[in-house]
Design a protein around this ligand. Structure first.
Ligand SMILES: Nc1ncnc2c1ncn2[C@@H]1O[C@H](COP(=O)(O)OP(=O)(O)OP(=O)(O)O)[C@@H](O)[C@H]1O
Length: 604
């Protein structure tokens, strides 16, 4: 049986899909030039080149979720390089020039991507639009090389006719589509998906948000540059108007609407972008209608939160997954209800547990303006322990997790992991060093499957047996189910499994039992108590469920208004009158009253 861990080409590219894609491309290469008149063939070439440019939107907008409005500026760079090399009769010919054009655009993409490290959303859109405006101004003032001399771009002999040039652009489109599909399966591709949903989640899995975004800008600029170069090859001479900033915005709207991160979406977008004006002309409708349609329709896509191709693919995937789930043997569900297997026989070995504290926090202070959320908090998680962090609502528990995880920047106080100071490190570096966290609100990308999410968490490709063992242990349905069909409570457990999959020194778990029934919560508590011995991971557990805390934690620290009011063995701390008083102080909330009752009435 083939191992999941061995990353072969067929792991990166679905052979069936790739074969279908290549076959369709081959049919198009034969049929389109044979069927279409020269006019429509020319339009078909324009559409496929448009589709290549849209593939660049597919990377930056569709995959990474970054609002970029200057993709045509990158295309202009590609075209410029091709025209310059053509004017100089540089060696290599058009195909080499096109690649060089893409390579020239990539660093410019990274440069424009630098502000994206600090700003996002509309602000970033404005910055990228500024780049498009600057390109417009520069191109308006300076002509493309070769236009004065009227030296048109020389096509290679094999692609000199339009019929053959169509074949070339289809090949380029197909190669890019296959390369991007393979990239989707790599850690970089998955990191884009996480970025699109939550940068904090990505950082918590050890992913560098900066590197992933810059890579998205560079790759998307490369693809757009290739598109621009092909455009120069098609037209012979290009002018500033071919890359107008307004066009960049229209293509962005098409990207949001159609979803060019899927090959069929890129093609549809290319056809729309290139042929819309002609179709309107043919049916005798005013050209302005195109602009109005592209202004209004994306609003619907934004409201559904999905592009057209995502919507269609999602529906198919959900239907398939529901069938898969309903067909799951009853035994599987029963197993989730029973206790976990006594011994772990698969997967990576447990992390060796040290002797000193796994996590040692001293004097940690966090202020949000006038609110002191944490005031010189000390807390230790001994190696091999599950320690509870409890306290009424607003006590500072989540702030503590974020602060220790590095999500609130550099703060007063020290944080040591396995004896090594980590308090000056970025969140993704802390995660990579062995400090993982989960969030109160999980934002797992619904496009992922359970296995894919565990792979992201682990930072490596897990064996199927190892993935199933983790899922089973934490009470998730076993198998590679799409995340979109598992309920919110199960997603939290999946989050915990993904954190543990990385074998960190310490996992900070923020209310993992929220959304679980009392019985499920009890089961989770029993399993969490066994995490150190089973996986070698020490745990800090934030919870409101006192029954769970009692079963899972051997020690507890209690926070109230950002101060530690008690710390020590669980039962002793829960009987502390100061702790009960802190909870009763918040008994105006249902949570506080319930927790205060649970503190004094152990049910274990
Ligand atoms: N981003 C923020 N800006 C300003 N104040 C904040 C922010 N986040 C938290 N706080 C405040 O800091 C204090 C601690 O909040 P925190 O969310 O850490 O408490 P908690 O113990 O996790 O509460 P809960 O149990 O309800 O999750 C509260 O007074 C809260 O209002």
């Amino acid at each position: 049986m083939k191992s999941r861990a061995a990353k072969t080409l067929s792991d990166l590219i679905d052979p069936r899909r790739a074969a279908i894609g290549v076959a369709l491309a081959a049919v198009a290469c034969v049929a389109v030039p044979a069927i279409l008149s020269p006019y429509w063939l020319y339009l078909a070439i324009t559409s496929v080149i448009g589709a290549v440019v849209m593939q660049s939107y597919g990377v930056i907008v569709g995959r990474a979720g970054v609002m970029s409005l200057c993709q045509l500026s990158f295309a202009a760079i590609g075209a410029w390089v091709v025209m310059r090399l053509n004017l100089a009769d540089a060696p290599g010919g058009l195909i080499v020039w096109v690649v060089l054009g893409g390579l020239a655009a990539a660093p410019v993409g990274m440069l424009i991507g630098l502000p994206a490290l600090r700003v996002r959303g509309v602000n970033l859109a404005v910055i990228t639009f500024g780049a498009a405006v600057s390109t417009d101004i520069v191109l308006g003032a300076k002509q493309f090389p070769g236009t004065e001399e009227l030296k048109t771009v020389a096509r290679p002999a094999a692609f000199s006719t339009n019929a053959n040039y169509f074949v070339l652009v289809v090949i380029v489109f197909t190669v890019i589509a296959l390369a991007l599909a393979a990239l989707d399966k790599t850690r970089l591709g998955r990191s884009w998906l996480e970025l699109r949903h939550s940068e904090r989640m990505a950082a918590s899995h050890g992913i560098s948000v900066a590197r992933s975004k810059l890579a998205a800008f560079a790759i998307s600029a490369f693809v757009a540059g290739v598109g621009g170069g092909l455009m120069a090859g098609q037209l012979g001479l290009v002018v500033a108007g071919n890359f107008a900033m307004g066009q960049s915005v229209t293509l962005f709207a098409i990207a949001i609407l159609i979803g060019p991160h899927h090959p069929e979406g890129a093609l549809m977008s290319g056809v729309f972008g290139a042929a819309m004006a002609t179709i309107l002309e043919k049916v005798r409708l005013p050209q302005d209608l195109g602009g109005i349609v592209f202004g209004i329709v994306p609003i619907f896509a934004l409201r559904s939160g999905m592009s057209q191709t995502d919507f269609t693919r999602n529906r198919k995937r959900l239907a398939k997954a529901r069938k898969q789930r309903d067909a799951a043997p009853a035994a599987d569900r029963e197993r989730a209800d029973a206790g976990p297997p006594a011994e772990r026989t698969v997967g990576a070995p447990a992390r060796p547990i040290g002797t000193g504290p796994a996590l040692e926090v001293t004097g940690l202070t966090v202020r949000y303006g006038p609110v002191t959320a944490l005031d010189a908090v000390d807390l230790t998680v001994p190696a091999g322990a599950v320690v509870g962090l409890i306290g009424p609502n607003g006590a500072g528990k989540s702030t503590f997790i974020s602060a220790v995880g590095g999500f609130l920047g550099t703060l007063p106080g020290t944080v040591r992991l396995d004896g090594v100071p980590i308090d000056r490190l970025a969140p993704q570096v802390r995660a990579a060093r062995g400090l993982r966290r989960t969030f109160q609100t999980t934002l797992i990308a619904p496009e992922l499957t359970q296995y894919e999410y565990l792979d992201i968490g682990a930072g490596r490709r897990l064996e199927r047996a190892e993935a199933d063992e983790l899922l089973e242990f934490f009470g998730c349905p076993v198998g590679d189910l799409p995340v979109s069909i598992v309920d919110a409570g199960t997603r939290r457990l999946l989050d915990v499994a993904a954190a543990i999959a990385a074998r960190p020194a310490v996992a900070l778990l923020d209310e993992p039992a929220a959304g679980q029934s009392a019985a499920e919560s009890r089961r989770l508590a029993e399993r969490l108590a066994r995490v150190p011995e089973r996986y070698g991971v020490s745990v800090l557990l934030v919870e409101h469920d006192m029954e769970l805390v009692r079963v899972a934690c051997r020690e507890v620290t209690v926070l109230d208004f950002g101060h530690v009011i008690a710390t020590g063995p669980t039962e002793q701390v829960l009987r502390d009158p100061a702790v009960t008083a802190a909870y009763l102080g918040s008994s105006d909330t249902a949570d506080g009253a319930a927790s205060a009752t649970a503190l004094v009435t152990p049910t274990g």
